[in-house]
Structures are given as C-alpha cells and as structure tokens.
Design a protein around this ligand. Structure first.
Ligand code: HEM
Length: 208
C-alpha cells in the first residue's frame, strides 16, 4: 500500500510542482504576450515597473498566507510549494528593481545612489528588497540544514519585508492620492501578522 502511494504520489507531486512553476510564470508570460501584441501601453517601461512591483507584493502575501490557508481552510497546495512561490516572488522583485535601475536610472550608479538617499519610497523599497536577498539565498535544503533552528528565525524577515513593501506601495500611491488598493494590502498584512503572532504565542505556551 505504502509502495502504491509512493508510486502514485511522486508523479502527483511533480504535476503539483509544475503547476506552481506555471503559475509563477503567468505574469512573465502575460508581459511577453503584451509585448508581442503591442499591448504594453504608451509607456511600456512604466507598465513593467509597476506590474512587477505589484506581482512581488502579491507573491509575498501568498507566501505568508500559505500556513494560515492550510490551517484554517485546509488548502495545502501553497504550503507545499512555498519555496517555489518565494523564489518567484524574489524573481519579480529583482525584475522590478532592475526595471528601476535600467529604465529610470540608466544603470548609472551615482544616480541610483542619490535616488536611494533622496526619495523615501525608493529607500523603503530598497530596504525591503535587501531583506529578501538572504531569504532567497538560504532557501535551499543545504542552508536549511546548515542553519538549523536559526533558519526559521532568519525567515521571519519576510514579515518586515512585507511591511516595508506595503509602506513603499503607500508612498508610491500617496503621490497619486490613490489609496484604495493599498488599504487592501494593509488589511491583508495586518491579518497575516496577527495570525503569525497567535501561532507564535501558542507555540511558546506549549513549550513552556
Ligand atoms: C530595489 C528596490 C525597489 C525599488 C528601486 C523600487 C522602485 C519602484 C518604482 C520606481 C516604482 C514606480 C513608482 C511610480 O511610477 O510612481 C515602484 C512601484 C511599486 N513597487 Fe517598488 N521598488 C523596490 C522594491 C519593491 C518591493 C520589494 C516591492 C514588493 C515586494 C515593491 C512593490 C511596488 C509596488 C506594489 C509598486 C506600485 C505599483 C502600482 O502603483 O501599481 N517594490 N517601485
């Protein structure tokens, strides 16, 4: 029976992983489609900068919602592929940062540096991105083993990364006086932080 489950389970796991990879590539594929059909609008660079920023934020929320989705709704798929989803999130955040560096700053280091220190929303975005770097680097099994218990502690950085990303989004939209969407992300962030706090408190009570 165990053997049968293993034989059926492995291809199922591969299909499920393939689904996560396909899902992760949807925004990129959509941009390619728009690029080939002249659908990126009057300012393609701006469209791609904004779109990659939004998808990074969606990814961060999905990664953090993986555990609550399994616990409270019994949906285990995001938790099973959290690492893949996390790496795609980092991929879109990197494209977002590159879009700014390339299209807004012409890859001139001095211009990038002065933008980081003079515009608060850029400073906040860069800090959020920097926090995501060690998470992406240590997402492998090797690092999980090497870091042991510290791995979990390190990966709590995803919460400040989300908080700063939402603040960054708020600052971007403040310039346009359009907060409707940002308020949704603030709500999602508060719920995710609260659920994490409840889980940590319960775990601490059980341990001591
Ligand atoms: C190196 C780090 C970052 C830089 C330089 C950066 C830069 C920018 C720029 C230039 C914009 C467009 C502003 C405008 O056109 O008015 C933007 C928007 C945005 N960024 Fe970032 N960002 C960074 C990190 C992040 C991160 C880590 C996230 C989320 C995970 C993020 C999410 C967003 C969102 C949601 C928007 C607004 C999209 C919209 O208005 O539809 N950014 N960012």
């Amino acid at each position: 029976m165990c053997q049968l489950i293993r034989v059926i389970g492995q291809p199922m796991m591969r299909v499920s992983l393939a689904a996560a990879v396909v899902l992760g590539l949807v925004p990129f594929g959509w941009w390619c489609f728009l690029a080939f059909t002249d659908g990126l609008g009057a300012n393609p660079a701006q469209y791609l900068t904004l779109s990659s920023g939004e998808w990074s934020l969606v990814g961060l929320c999905l990664v953090l919602a993986a555990t609550p989705l399994q616990r409270w709704l019994g949906v285990s798929w995001p938790l099973r592929h959290r690492r893949t989803l996390g790496l795609f999130t980092f991929f879109y955040a990197t494209l977002h940062a590159l879009a700014w560096a390339f299209w807004e700053q012409g890859l001139v280091l001095s211009a990038m540096g002065s933008d980081v220190v003079t515009r608060l929303f850029i400073t906040v975005g860069v800090v959020a991105f920097v926090l995501m770097v060690p998470l992406a680097i240590t997402s492998t099994n090797g690092w999980l083993r090497r870091l042991g218990r510290s791995w979990k502690r390190l990966h709590l950085l995803v919460y400040p990364a989300l908080g700063l990303s939402v603040w960054h989004f708020w600052l971007v939209r403040a310039g346009k006086n359009d907060f409707a969407e940002v308020r949704v992300y603030i709500g999602i962030t508060l719920v995710l932080v609260m659920l994490k706090w409840v889980r940590l408190t319960r775990a601490r009570q059980r341990a001591g």
